[in-house]
Ligand binder design. Structure first.
Ligand SMILES: Nc1nc2c(c(=O)[nH]1)N[C@H]1C(S)=C(S)[C@@H](COP(=O)(O)O)O[C@H]1N2
Ligand SMILES: [Mo]
Length: 390
């Protein structure tokens, strides 16, 4: 059964027994006879949130369909959330373009628009935050490449830089010098990636205009990439020949991993790979467990770069890996929902974990297998969860 029809079932459940709605915990209403099974490793008072700039986490136990509603979708950024007047808004195309256009929202809306379901996570999302920096939504906008065509990209351009309206103070270090600068948020992709059919300049989420925190009036959506690529409050697209090495491209967002040798950091054979944060690494996680009669139903999701999946499996305690069922409503760039039906559970504490494998043979690593990564971004490790059955 798809989660969409499942949601309908849930709605009927609410109508029949409104009291079952768990308003206090914020968890979605349960179908009649369904019981939420709490994770015993999940603090009862966990209020996902964070310090610093306003952010909103998404409690993945509350997934109720393929898309997360606009008012629940996670929100994160480094600086302010600028309010932009959509009537005077202009998207500037600059640099190596033969037709340096400046487009209003009306100009963009006149072009051929398209819709795309994209799931993404912040590259800092991990078990520490119970994977709450992830969501999936249906975005509406124009293909980036159509806008680039209008601007007529010059023959030498190779890099496409996206600048947000938001600004922040940053220490920019050059050798022994530290410059205190106020900078725009910026990210880049290669022209080759920009000309693919998927990247979208989006103004709507689930059919409604983006809210200010979501990057209104216009943002980039890079399907299959980590959240940081999805530049919000987009003000300018700049084409250049050289690599862009801005703070959020080359320094704040990167992975440092030791490869080869004996596994020791200091071994002379160890190679240090320092890479940019681009496409999402294959991850699955169990989001919640519900009891129905004597059976337990797990629901989880997979995020990746859009490579087709070979399998999602679930392991209970030291048992074998068993195939989970992927939801037929999943799309290439959505998060991929899966369920696992567990019968014959015994009393006591149990450890549940999921693992995804894609068609190219990538297998989701264990936390142990990621040990040689020094930096915490791109933590796609398997996430063991605990429940107690009484
Ligand atoms: N302009 C701008 N865009 C930005 C950011 C930012 O700080 N400024 N943060 C990025 C990061 S780190 C993430 S994870 C995503 C979060 O997108 P969301 O708020 O829609 O969930 O926005 C990205 N886009
Ligand atoms: Mo992020």
């Amino acid at each position: 059964m798809s989660t969409i029809s499942r949601r309908e079932t849930l709605k009927q459940g609410i109508r029949l027994a409104g009291l079952l709605a768990m308003a206090d915990s914020g968890l979605p209403a349960l179908a009649q006879g369904e019981i939420e099974v709490p994770f015993s490793d999940y603090p009862a008072t966990f209020t996902p949130g964070g310090t610093g700039q306003p952010r909103r986490t998404f409690d993945i136990r509350t997934i109720d369909g393929l898309t997360v509603s606009r008012d629940k979708f996670f929100v994160l950024q480094h600086n302010n959330q600028p309010e932009i007047d959509s009537n005077t808004y202009r998207l500037k195309l600059s640099g190596m373009v033969n037709n340096p256009v400046s487009l209003s929202l009306a100009d963009l809306r006149k072009m051929r628009s398209t819709e795309l379901i994209a799931g993404y996570e912040c590259s800092g999302n991990s078990p520490r935050s119970f994977q709450s920096l992830s969501s999936c939504g249906r975005f509406t906008g124009v293909p980036l490449r159509d806008v680039l065509r209008q601007a007529v990209v010059g023959p030498r351009a190779r890099e496409v830089v996206f600048l947000g309206t938001d600004r922040g103070d940053a220490d920019v270090v050059f050798r022994q010098q530290t410059f205190k600068l106020n900078q725009q948020f910026g990210r880049s992709i290669t022209l080759e990636n920009a000309l693919k059919p998927e990247p979208l300049l989006a103004w709507a989420l689930n059919g409604e205009p983006l809210t200010v925190p979501q990057g209104a009036p216009l943002r980039l959506i890079m399907p299959g990439w980590y959240g940081v690529a999805n530049v919000k409050w987009l003000s300018e697209i700049h084409l250049q020949e050289d690599r862009y090495v801005g703070n959020y491209q080359a320094r704040w967002y990167r992975s440092l991993v030791g490869v080869g040798g004996t596994g020791e950091d200091a071994a002379p054979e160890t190679q240090w790979m320092e890479t940019e944060i681009t496409r999402m690494h294959l991850k699955s996680t169990i989001a919640r467990v519900r009891k129905m009669g004597s059976a337990y139903q797990m629901l989880g999701f997979v995020l990746n770069d859009g490579t087709p999946l070979k399998s999602v499996e679930v392991k209970i305690d030291d048992g074998p890996w068993q195939k989970a069922t992927l939801d037929p409503a999943n799309t290439r760039y959505s998060w991929k929902l899966f369920t696992f039906h567990w019968t014959g559970a015994t009393a006591g504490e149990h450890t549940l974990v999921s693992r995804a494998t894609d068609a190219e043979g990538n297998v989701q690593p264990t936390a142990d297998e990621l040990k040689r990564k020094k930096t915490f971004l791109e933590d796609n490790s398997q996430f063991p969860r605990k429940i107690i059955i009484s």
